[in-house]
Design a protein around this ligand. Structure first.
Ligand code: KG4
Ligand code: ZN
Length: 385
């Protein structure tokens, strides 16, 4: 089966063409025919975050360009039977509403033109499945999808989400397959990284920059180790998270040396860049302590969930899983619990259409219209968590 995946939930416009073989023994093989991502991050960087309406316009502009690159004279190939696309899979949510609609509208239009059914995919389900892939590179040969022992626990950490998901099985047609057992009550981990980056005067998206500073502090024997930040909800009995207070604690730490520092970007003029009065050593020190605090909370709650549900494997995904410190801590945790850890291959931790194509390919066959006359794209929205 060949699936065309489309992802536009945030500031990445992505399209992928994926061939899958579903075997009777339940195993799946995949071959990536093409996988393109166009990031708008540079455009949004000057505003310090993603502007939904601008993201929408950019998606609308870029989708036909990427589709043309992938399909070439695809329409002719499809009509002549040289290329047979069985499904179009498009991210249905969660994400920024205007950005999502750009992808959904485009998928529907393409589906109607080329007479291909369209299925809606839950973005978070995409992140779970993306971590089971072996590679994100186009390839001529098929590779088996990794098979985690079940039940599994998925830790999904991105700019918009922080969730612990219990994966009872990988049957995408069943409602009971996935259960969200923990989530953030306020900011997502990536969002907190980005806000702290802004406070330290680092560019957007800031996660990677904060992490680089943190690593430099760890390697520097003269680093003072003087900053102490809270570990929010570390000892709460549930599996939920909170990162908003941690970000505010960083602001207060910065105000010790820079009393004008503020969280509001519009209040920051050229001579009032947050973190302006901080020494480089203190910036690194704050970054290290922030990353340590985040890592400790993530590991503690994940560990609690592993124990509570007796899970057999740990799956981790989402943009923040590119973070080396968090990866290392999860590897240690999995080792201590004698379970396998599944991490996304390079290029799949951030938003991409490969994971969406894969999830779309694994969705069970959908009727053209369901009983109440809704189009399949609406019906598919009920399938996942
Ligand atoms: O999954 P993703 O590409 O988009 C969303 O669905 O949100 O995640 C993007 C997030 C951003 O907040 C970015 O700062 C963060 O992932 N990120 C990192 C790192 N690389 C990306 N956070 C911490 N450390 C990193 N190395
Ligand atoms: Zn994402």
């Amino acid at each position: 089966m060949i699936t065309l995946g489309i992802e536009t939930s945030c500031d990445e416009t992505a399209i992928c063409l994926l061939e899958t073989k579903l075997h009777d023994d339940g195993s799946t093989e995949c071959r990536i025919i093409e996988n393109l991502i166009h990031s708008q991050a540079d455009l949004h960087a000057k505003y310090g975050g993603v502007f939904p309406m601008m993201a929408k316009r950019e998606h609308q502009k870029n989708l036909p360009i990427l589709a043309e690159k992938i399909l070439g004279t695809g329409e002719e190939k499809i009509k002549s039977g040289a290329l047979k696309i069985d499904r179009i899979a498009v991210t249905q949510g969660p994400g920024l509403e205007p950005a999502l609609w750009a992808g959904i509208d485009y998928a529907k239009k393409l589906g109607e033109e080329l007479k291909i059914p369209v299925v809606g995919v839950n973005h978070m389900l995409g992140h779970v499945l993306g971590s089971l892939l072996n590679s994100s590179a186009p390839d001529n040969s098929f590779a088996k999808l990794k098979t985690p022992a079940l039940p599994a626990l998925a830790l999904l950490i991105s700019g918009g989400h922080t969730e612990l998901v219990l994966v009872n099985n990988l049957n995408l047609g069943e409602k009971s397959s996935f259960e969200v057992v923990g989530r953030t009550k306020d900011d997502a981990v990536g969002e907190a990284f980005d806000k702290v980056a802004r406070l330290l005067g680092l560019p957007y998206p800031g996660g990677q920059h904060v992490s680089e500073l943190a690593e430099q502090a760890r390697k520097d024997p003269s680093s003072p180790n003087s900053v102490r930040l809270p570990r929010p909800m570390l000892h709460s009995p549930d599996l939920d998270f909170s990162f908003s207070g941690l970000k505010t604690a960083v602001l207060y730490e910065i105000r010790k040396t820079d009393e004008n520092a503020t969280m509001k970007p519009e209040k920051n003029s050229a001579d009032n860049v947050p973190g302006h009065g901080l020494s480089e050593i203190m910036k690194k020190e704050i970054a290290r302590e922030f990353e340590d605090a985040v890592t400790e909370v993530l590991v503690k709650k994940t560990s609690k969930a592993i124990e509570k549900y007796g899970v057999q494997s740990l799956i981790a995904g989402g943009g923040v899983i590119a973070n080396k410190n968090i990866r290392g801590a999860l590897e240690k945790l999995a080792h201590e619990n004698s379970i396998s850890l599944f991490l996304p291959p390079e290029g799949v931790s951030g938003d991409n259409a490969l994971m969406i194509a894969l999830a779309g390919a694994l969705l069970p066959e959908l009727p053209e219209k369901n009983a109440s006359g809704e189009s399949p794209i609406k019906a598919a929205g009920n399938l996942s968590f």
